[in-house]
Design a protein around this ligand. Structure first.
Ligand code: GTP
Ligand code: MG
Length: 324
């Protein structure tokens, strides 16, 4: 495989080349991953997409929103890529098929690219693959990269750490309680979108939106936010309402952050974070080496017999068995 040809194809915006590039970075094979890295290195560096992270629990309307929001962006002449981070192996091919039908219009647009999540991989691997897929989409000249994740546990953090904007999609709540959204996730959100604000659900959506607007005001002010952000607003992905307003507010926020230097500062901080994360992963992966494993088992036996303290044994392992 000629990685230069592939990179050229991606840089020309060819979707098939992009799909092949993503397949390389998603592969479990080391040689494929190395080729993928070569492709990324050969891409033009002056292209930058707006990276938008989107999270929400199953059924809140993420796919419907992405379809409608994506079509609106396409209508404005923008090219849109959609990636997904899905760490749970529980989600089967059924959801991906479901997504294909829910994103039917978008998937047929020449200016759009939709890539379902690689399944059955652990979160550490998913994070790297998704970042590389984002880099490939940027190199292919997409204007907006939407990174979707289902709101379960850690994946929001992963997505928020690779996005310029992080959106939380919520459904209208029945009661007056704040749908058990974890504080940590609220604190990551730049905008909370109350979806399904249509028909019978409109009054509940209005209440939910007010509740979250209030909750957001109570959070500690973040330096990267202008007055009025993070904000909560209502949308209907199904009725295609509120999407332009949401996009306008996103652009206001991004423009402000660019002017004030927070946009670049956040990307720099994210790059640092991922560097450190890669170091952690590389160190951890050394523990999978059979010789290290054997040394560890040996030391563990001594620890179990009481010949060595856990601390002393750990130090010995690090000093004698790990590559330095
Ligand atoms: N009334 C109303 N229904 C909506 C809206 N958006 C989505 N739905 C419906 O909610 C259901 C779930 O929508 P999806 O877009 O599949 O939700 P999702 O968040 O992608 O779900 P998962 O992929 O399972 O995580 C579907 O029946 C949609 O038609 C909306 O704005 N209003
Ligand atoms: Mg979906």
């Amino acid at each position: 495989m000629d990685t230069t040809d592939l990179a050229d194809g991606i840089a020309r915006g060819e979707r098939r080349a992009l799909a092949r590039g993503i397949t390389l970075v998603e592969s479990a094979r080391a040689d494929h991953q190395a080729q993928g890295a070569e492709v990324i290195a050969a891409l033009p560096r002056d292209r930058h997409a707006l990276r938008i992270g989107l999270s929400g629990t199953p059924g809140v309307g993420k796919s419907t929103f992405i379809e409608a929001f994506g079509m609106m962006l396409i209508g404005q002449g923008l090219r849109v890529a959609v990636l997904a981070v899905d760490p749970s192996s529980a989600r089967s091919g059924g959801s991906i098929l479901g997504d294909k039908t829910r994103m039917d219009r978008l998937s047929r647009e020449p200016g759009a690219f939709i890539r379902p999540s690689p399944s059955r991989t652990h979160l550490g691997g998913v994070a790297r693959r998704t970042r590389e897929a984002v880099a490939l989409c940027e190199g292919a000249g997409f204007d907006v990269v939407l990174i979707e994740t289902v709101g379960v546990g850690q994946s929001e953090t992963v997505v928020a750490q690779m996005a310029d904007l992080f959106l939380l999609l919520l459904a209208p709540a029945g009661g007056d309680e704040l749908q058990g959204v974890k504080r940590g996730i609220m604190e990551m959100a730049d905008m909370i979108l109350i979806n399904k604000a249509d028909g019978d659900l409109k009054p509940a959506a209005t209440r939910t939106c007010a509740d979250y607007a209030g909750a957001l005001r109570l959070l500690r002010k973040r330096p990267q936010d202008p007055e009025g952000y993070p904000r909560a607003m209502m949308v209907s992905a199904l009725a295609e309402e509120g999407l332009e307003a949401a996009w306008a507010d996103m652009q206001t926020l991004v423009d402000w952050r660019r002017r004030e230097g927070f946009f670049d500062a956040t990307r720099a901080a994210q790059a640092r974070y991922w560097f450190e994360e890669e170091v952690r992963q590389a160190l951890l992966s050394q523990l999978d080496d059979p010789r290290v494993r054997a040394g560890m088992d040996d030391l563990a036996a001594h620890v179990a017999q009481g010949d060595l303290t856990p601390v002393a044994a750990a130090l010995e392992l690090v000093q004698t068995h790990l590559r330095r």
